[in-house]
Design a protein around this ligand. Sequence first.
Ligand SMILES: Nc1ncnc2c1ncn2[C@@H]1O[C@H](COP(=O)(O)OP(=O)(O)OP(=O)(O)O)[C@@H](O)[C@H]1O
Ligand SMILES: O=P(O)(O)O[C@@H]1[C@H](O)[C@H](O)[C@@H](OP(=O)(O)O)[C@H](OP(=O)(O)O)[C@H]1O
Length: 387
Amino acid sequence: MSEKAQEKNSLVLEIRNRAPEGSRQSQAQDGKSQPRLNGCVPLSHQVAGHKYGIDKMGILQHPDGTVLKQLQPPPRGPREMDFYTQVFGEGCSDPLLLALRPHLPTFYGTWSSPDTPNDLYLKLEDVTRRFSRPCIMDVKVGRRSYDPLALLEKREQQIAKYPLMEEIGFLLLGMRVYQPSHDCYVRHDQLFGRSLVKDTLTGGLARFFHDGVKLRKQTIHLCIRKVQNILRWFESQKQFHFYASSLLFVYEGASGVHAAAEPNNNNHHHHHHPPQDFSRMGTPTKNSCGRGGCAGDLPESLQNGAQTHSSPLNLGQSNGNGETEMEEEEEEREEDSGGWSGDEGTEGHVEVRMIDFAHVFPSQSPDEGYTHGLMNLLSTLEKILQD
Ligand SMILES: Nc1ncnc2c1ncn2[C@@H]1O[C@H](COP(=O)(O)OP(=O)(O)OP(=O)(O)O)[C@@H](O)[C@H]1O
Ligand SMILES: O=P(O)(O)O[C@@H]1[C@H](O)[C@H](O)[C@@H](OP(=O)(O)O)[C@H](OP(=O)(O)O)[C@H]1O
């Protein structure tokens, strides 16, 4: 593995508690970045993609609860911005684009820090924001993860990363899954996704829906429904081709009361301890979870594709906030719950949104590559339910 890839996969990004709007937490989180980035901090719950502080660019979270995606160098950044602008432009009346809106994070225009006005960011809805313990998965969709203008070297680089992409039509880039029984997150990174072959794909994807004790079947049903809606949009259009674009899956990992009482909180101090966030690389021990046994709990059926690549991460150490402050935040969150019940059976339990539009191209034919990926993703989800 290259040094760059190793660095990306080592999860050195410090995970922090998320900041409710206007809270003191956001200011306390990152004293260094605050003057330059106006209180914005690296996105704590990012599961894939360029990461702030590791790559040259990355994604931030704004204290107002939106996420800021740094504009990539041309042509990617401007292409992504143009696409969001087309879809969310005030004057947009194209029924196809209007029908696409619900499947994307809402776009709020561009943002820049007063200190560096030329560094542009896309200001986007944080799809995970309303969840208390968001389980998040990024899946790259399409048979090709390079666009028609890509040079040979780029094509070869992308194909080499996952030669099965052409056949499977999707690639799991990363996930984090909350396990209530241990109050911890399990993470898998892109090397886990790349290790999945046809026989292990279903088991690999199933990990996203496993709570440590059982499979969250209702959540899978809801995800299937949302992916079907996106597929319907693709079947209705010939205007665009999407390359290297992703679906972001999010569902509530907490159950009942906790989900309702603690929205917008990734690393919340449940009983004054944040959920532990660790992953399955190496030999996770009881200590890595803090409550014992989290790592070894998966049933054998989900040990498929068990060549895992992740690293332990202890949220408790990275937080640095005092207990009193946490209690205050807890109250703020309770006020902010908006009545969301967190019931696994309800529609609002799940989000599936399209993200990453750096390689969207105009076209005059159906997007066969993306559609193939969606259909295979749907059959893999169905298969999880059957197995
Ligand atoms: N609107 C959003 N809400 C919540 N999280 C998001 C949002 N957009 C992106 N993310 C997080 O950031 C990650 C990377 O996003 P994205 O794919 O847009 O970045 P990228 O740097 O272009 O990725 P790549 O390196 O694959 O091109 C996602 O996996 C997700 O965890
Ligand atoms: O997952 P990895 O190993 O980090 O690889 C990156 C990933 O495939 C990105 O999707 C890609 O950006 P695009 O989707 O925009 O092509 C990036 O290309 P880059 O190296 O040219 O930035 C790759 O490095």
